[in-house]
Structure formats: C-alpha cells, structure tokens
Design a protein around this ligand. Structure first.
Ligand SMILES: N[C@@H](CCC(=O)N[C@@H](CS)C(=O)NCC(=O)O)C(=O)O
Length: 214
C-alpha cells in the first residue's frame, strides 16, 4: 500500500493513525502542500488523485481518495481492532462525531479555502485567522457536549475504546492548537486528546514525527 501524505495534513494524520492502529505497513509518498496549488494541479499527483488533495491510498494500482473512505476500507480489510462499536446505533453516533469534523469543520478551514479568502477575496491574515477560529469554536462546542455524554471514561470520545471519533478529533485538536485557537472552553476534548496523543499509534502519526516534517 502506498500512502500519499503530507506531514501537516490533518486528513493524512487521521489515515496514519488508523494504519498504525490496524498494525498495517505502508510506503509513503510525500506531497508538499506548500508548493503553490497551480503547480500541484500540473503535477503527476493529479493522475494519481484527480481530487488533488491528500491523503490518497493506492492499493494494487487503485487509488482510494478521502480519509473516511480509506479508513472504512482499512476497517474492512483488517477488522481488528475495530474502529466502530458493534451496535448500529452506536456506530451511527461514532460516525456522526467523526463526520462533524470531516464534513462540517475541516473543509471550511482547508488550505485552499483559506487561500481563496486571502486571494482573490483579499481578506487580511487577521480575518482569515478569525474565520479559522470561528469554525473551530462552532464545531468543538457541539463535540464537547457530545463527548461529555458519550464517553464513559473521559479518555475516549465514545465509550471506553478507541473509535473513529478519536481518530478524527486528535488531528483537529492538533490543528486548533497550531492556529492558536482558544481551547480552554473544551476540557472534555482536551483531556481526551491529551490521553490519546501519547498512545504509540497516535504519536507515531503526529506531524512532527513524519520524515517530510520541515
Ligand atoms: N475530505 C478530505 C479532505 C482532504 C483534504 O482536504 N486534504 C488537505 C490537507 S488536510 C489538502 O490536501 N489540502 C490541499 C489544499 O487545500 O490545497 C479527506 O478527508 O481526505
């Protein structure tokens, strides 16, 4: 398996966590997202993943884009340890927490969105940062309440086992810290992330531990 990845990409970070949790081996291909998007659009990577985003996982010559599709694929080929609970209602709740990050938070703060605000829309850096922090706050406010209800040990987003929701929250919290968001109002999320981020599968996947980290 080949993973197209970038050390700072939180979507790639999720995928690296899942690969580690599943104990799977992979080769990395590094895509530097600092290269200007125009150049990336002309690069060979577009023939691998026409969506032009990372991560992408290539298995037997076939590309799987989108971290959630990749992680669900990993769950199917390597069911242990499971990243989704057994009961359908619990699986739905875990997916809902992961999707709150994947669909409602991350896309609004993705690099190309921030760059579009900068140019052509000509917003100043302070406004772009305000945008970023606003959407983190909206998302975390809800997830804080959900984790408070769903966690049974204060160390996991749902129940007392690692799930997809944990795989998604840690990279998002990492980014929130990187962009100096105020995370004080989210003690439940902070405690969960502080616990999870020191587990080997999460720590080995962290941006600063990647070979392409600048
Ligand atoms: N929904 C996608 C998001 C992928 C994504 O947006 N990746 C970011 C890095 S975290 C990216 O490649 N950004 C490049 C850009 O915005 O130009 C997923 O979950 O895989």
């Amino acid at each position: 398996m080949k993973l197209y990845t970038y050390f700072r990409s939180s979507a790639a970070f999720r995928t690296r966590i899942a690969l580690n949790l599943k104990g799977l081996e992979w080769d990395s291909v590094f895509i530097d997202l600092r290269v200007n998007p125009g150049e990336r659009e002309k690069s060979d990577y577009m023939s691998v993943n026409p969506q032009g985003l990372v991560p992408a996982l290539v298995v037997d010559g076939v590309t799987i884009a989108q971290s959630l599709a990749i992680i669900e694929y990993l769950e199917e080929i390597q069911p242990e340890p499971p990243l989704l609970p057994r009961a359908p209602v619990d699986r739905a709740r875990v997916r809902a927490m992961a999707l709150a990050v994947a669909c409602d938070m991350h896309p609004l703060n993705n690099l190309r969105v921030l760059n579009y605000l900068r140019s052509p829309l000509r917003h100043e850096e302070a406004t772009v940062n305000e945008w970023y922090r606003h959407w983190i706050a909206v998302g975390f406010r809800a997830l804080e309440q959900e984790a408070r209800r769903a966690s049974t040990d204060g160390k996991h987003m749902f129940g007392s086992q690692i799930t997809l929701a944990d795989v998604y929250i840690v990279p998002q919290m990492y980014n929130a810290r990187r962009f100096n968001c105020d995370i004080e109002p989210y003690p439940v999320l902070r405690t969960i992330c502080e616990y999870l981020q020191q587990l080997p599968a999460f720590a080995r996947a962290a941006p600063e531990n990647q070979p392409d980290a600048a």
